[in-house]
Write a protein that binds this ligand. Structure first.
Ligand SMILES: Cc1cc2nc3c(=O)[nH]c(=O)nc-3n(C[C@H](O)[C@H](O)[C@H](O)COP(=O)(O)O)c2cc1C
Length: 397
């Protein structure tokens, strides 16, 4: 995420989720170095005092259209100089006003002046959200190029459960990062990313699996989305939280992952096969839990389907990037795999090195590509490695 010195207006409206905006602001200013100006509606001030936002932003909070009349065009100056106007939480009311060009207070005037640089992180009661009027307003803004961060489903402040809860802080920051920093080189491209470990069941409760957390696949999915791609994430078991704002399918076994992959392969332009598909699966799955006193002498294993081969059987054109975890003779083995499975690139890492591969937030990889090309990406965060991989793949595919 790069927010250093970015000029961001944080618009606060009258929703109960406003208490989360204090943390969002602190993160943007203190951790990310952004230059944030806070604007609050009259209703927002009923929920929280401007003082807290003034303290975190280090600047006066703007609340009134006509206060400080000497600089009466400041709505224009602020809207023009801002890199983004982030309204979080965004009420049904501010969305309706923006959709109809109503400018009756400082924030709505700013939004109208700023064109589609505004991003609305929606938060409201589920019935307000589901109302066709709100839906039509959201659609209208989306078509005009405004940013819309969909609310999550969960418990709401009004003691019901439904869709309307403000998206997680990390989702909002990811979205903002994408709007501000993504150069969009994957716009109109369809990207499939697989992530996590598959679980190969012996009986309904026991399985063979591996240590994959999903972090590398999630980083690739986020980066592809950041560059404008239409991303589908097919995820096995993971310990890292699945990115909430990316279309995803959850699966467990290699066979289920194969089915999801093949069903969606047709239109894909890129496949990043970061999932750690378990190579072996029990030849038979017991339908009932095997009792302790009936433990089998051995479990027969068969080989799991090869998902890249399955993908290639329905899509020969897509650029396919595979992953190879090898501790011995890694480069030669990875090259052989790349050729045999008709991959365009293979990313090889050696998990015996510290801070690399499974369960780590960092990685260090060698990428092998067409015509004997080779790239080394030294140890850094998985997020940064994902950015380097995607950029290099797109430039060389
Ligand atoms: C306790 C309480 C919670 C509210 N929460 C929300 C909310 O989460 N989302 C929303 O759209 N409106 C919510 N409202 C209604 C808005 O505050 C109301 O529509 C107001 O006019 C919005 O003004 P603004 O958009 O200018 O801030 C809430 C009202 C109250 C009293």
């Amino acid at each position: 995420m790069i927010f250093r010195n970015k000029k961001i207006v944080l618009g606060l409206t009258g929703g109960i989720a406003i208490y989360k905006s204090a943390s969002l602001l602190r993160r943007l200013v203190n951790d990310e170095g952004a230059d944030v100006t806070v604007v609050m509606t009259k209703s927002a001030q009923k929920f929280m005092s401007p003082l807290i936002f003034e303290t975190f932003s280090g600047k006066p909070v703007l609340t009134d259209m006509f206060e400080g009349i000497r600089i009466s065009t400041r709505h224009v100056d602020l809207a023009t100089s801002a890199d983004a106007i982030l309204v979080a939480p965004a009420t049904a009311n501010i969305v309706a006003k923006a959709a109809y060009g109503i400018a009756d207070d400082f924030l709505s005037t700013l939004i109208l002046t700023g064109g589609n640089k505004t991003i609305f992180a929606l938060a409201m009661n589920d019935k307000m959200y589901a109302n066709p009027i709100t839906q039509a307003n959201i659609q209208k803004l989306r078509e005009l190029g405004y940013g819309l961060i969909e609310p999550e489903t969960g418990d709401l402040a009004c003691r019901t459960t439904g869709k309307g809860r403000l998206a997680d802080e990390s989702v909002i920051l990811d979205y903002l990062d994408r709007r501000l920093n993504g150069s969009g080189f994957l716009v109109e491209k369809r990207v499939i990313v697989t992530a996590g470990a598959t679980r190969e069941f012996v009986d309904p409760v026991r399985f063979i699996s591996n240590k994959s957390t999903g972090k590398m696949g999630f980083a690739l999915a986020r980066e592809a989305a950041r560059q404008g791609a239409d991303v589908l994430l097919i995820s096995g078991a993971t310990t890292a939280p699945i990115p909430a704002d990316i279309k995803s399918i959850r699966v467990e076994s290699a066979k289920q992952m194969e089915k999801a992959l093949v069903e969606n392969a047709g239109l894909a332009d890129f496949l990043f096969m970061a999932a750690a598909v378990e190579d072996f699966c029990p030849a038979e799955i017991s339908e009932v839990k095997i009792k302790k006193n009936e433990a089998p002498d051995h479990i027969s294993l068969s080989i799991s389907p090869d998902l890249i081969v399955s993908f290639r059987s329905v899509n020969e054109k897509a650029c396919v990037v595979g992953f190879s975890v090898e501790t011995v003779d890694g480069k030669a083995r990875s090259t052989e795999k790349m050729k045999r499975k008709k991959m365009d690139f293979v990313i090889w890492n050696d998990p015996s090195k510290s801070g690399v591969g499974f369960e780590s937030d960092t990685n260090e990889v060698t990428m092998l590509g067409p015509n004997g090309k080779e790239w080394f990406f030294p140890k850094t965060t998985k997020r940064e490695i994902a950015a380097q991989i995607i950029q290099t793949v797109v430039e060389n595919c």
